[in-house]
Design a protein around this ligand. Structure first.
Ligand SMILES: *Cc1c(COP(=O)(O)O)cnc(C)c1O
Length: 428
């Protein structure tokens, strides 16, 4: 698919073609575990990566392959690997880069689950994370040491909707010779294209806006194809003979697709965090309308944030689409089509009023999800960010007096009316 088509065309067509067996216009769900080899030579060639084709659905599947190509195209990447969740995507992204003793520098403003994954669980692999305020570029640069193998942030940070200065962080990553990994879940490629700002890898929780309707758990890693894995000698899994694949040198053999092939041939093969074809189908259906939904998410979020900002029960609204946000000036460069549909509100009444608000809403759903067509609300401090210390909660924008809203695509006036009645009850 040529790069000349517009986003609205690519979100429907990229990666897909009429099914070669039946002519089916919609991408079939290839609900199969394995694929018949033409003969023994064909099987040996596939296993040796001498020929690209389908072997076993833990590694590759035609439905999943269409989704991979579609997301890679929308992000402007060379290739992509889909996997079973956003959290799996983060491990899959770090896996070829890290070894025991290595570290990743991560933003303090990350999804709470990622803070826990990075501060606790990856230690079991001998990896570690250093958390830095990415608005402080000097601190970010100072945190880089000889064992650092990646820099990790979110384009639009969950839950606060804060916007990372991707052009500046991208430039810094280039200066220190490290891959920048951007979690683009809250922005989607419609609002933000991190590779254009210097990201090496883009990770997604496809669970959120990409699928868009709360039916799937899925993830994806997109490779820009632009990082020189051999230049520093720091990434032997990609630039030297890989012992887990009978000595294959991925960078020499696959060039700009080195990371993608490694992610499938080693990552999915040995870690097994595969996306199933049914889930890939739902996500493909979702992506067909991504731009249309994101436009409405942004339009509604703007209206609701502006209304909430004037409400007497509200201390602050963090939406970067509001002129009052300290991140407002980054919208133009980082996410020119809008600041997304996610933000938090700080309530004057603190924890108790937050909980009453959540319990009094009728149209908003109280769930641990975001990026749904439905409007969603959650009190982060007692849920998604409950594993964090109070200091970490505050840094992540999830203090006890904060609730997170994920604004859906319903009629904006209905959402305002629901918030109005619930705020009245919560503060009565
Ligand atoms: C939800 C989310 C994740 C984790 O994704 P799962 O699909 O739930 O594993 C990672 N990053 C961000 C920004 C998220 O919102």
């Amino acid at each position: 698919m040529t790069a000349n088509y517009g986003f609205d065309t690519l979100q429907i067509h990229a990666g897909a073609r009429p099914d070669p067996a039946t002519g089916a216009r919609q991408t079939p769900i290839y609900q199969t575990t394995a694929y018949v080899f033409r003969d023994a030579d064909h099987a040996a060639a596939l296993f040796g990566l001498k020929e690209v084709g389908y072997i076993y659905s833990r590694l590759t599947n035609p439905t999943v392959a269409v989704l991979q190509e579609r997301i890679a195209t929308l992000e402007g990447g060379a290739g992509a690997v889909c996997c079973s969740s956003g959290h799996a995507a983060q491990i899959l992204a770090l896996f070829p880069l890290m070894e025991p003793g290595r570290n990743v520098i991560a933003s303090t403003r990350l999804y709470g689950g990622t803070v826990t994954q990075f501060s606790q669980t990856i230690k079991r692999f001998g990896w570690s994370a250093k958390f830095v305020d990415f608005d402080d570029l000097d601190a970010l640069e100072a945190a880089v040491d000889d064992d650092t193998r990646a820099i990790f942030c979110e384009s639009i940070a969950n839950p606060g909707g804060y916007i990372t200065d991707l052009p500046a962080v991208g430039k810094l990553a280039q200066k220190v010779g490290l891959p920048l990994i951007v979690d683009n879940t809250a922005a989607t490629p419609y609002l933000c294209r991190p590779i254009e700002h210097g990201a090496t890898l883009v990770v997604h929780s496809a669970t959120k806006y990409l699928t868009g309707n709360g039916t799937v758990t899925g993830g994806c890693v997109v490779d820009s194809g632009t990082f020189d894995w051999a230049a520093s000698g720091k990434f032997p899994s990609l630039s030297e003979p890989e012992p887990a694949y009978h000595g294959l040198n991925f960078a020499e053999t696959f060039g700009p697709l080195a990371f993608t092939f490694h992610g499938i041939a080693i990552g999915l093969r040995d870690l097994g965090m595969t996306l199933n074809p049914q889930a890939a189908h739902y996500t493909l259906m979702g992506i067909e309308t991504l731009s249309l939904r994101m436009e409405r998410h942004v339009e509604n979020a703007k209206k609701l944030a502006a209304w909430l900002e004037t409400h007497p029960a509200i201390e602050a609204v963090t939406y970067a689409g509001l002129p009052s946000s300290p991140y407002h000036n980054r919208v133009k460069t980082v996410c020119p089509k809008g600041a997304g549909g996610l933000f938090t509100i700080v309530l004057k009444g603190g924890y108790d009023v937050c909980v009453k608000l959540v319990d009094s809403l009728e149209l908003f759903s109280h769930v641990a999800n975001l990026g749904d067509t439905r409007s969603l609300i959650i009190h982060s401090a007692s849920t998604t960010h409950s594993q964090l210390s109070e200091e970490q909660q505050k840094a992540a924008g999830a203090a006890p007096d904060v609730v997170r809203l994920s604004i859906g695509t319903e009629t904006a006036d209905d959402l305002i009316a629901d918030l109005d009645q619930a705020l009245a009850k919560a503060t009565a």
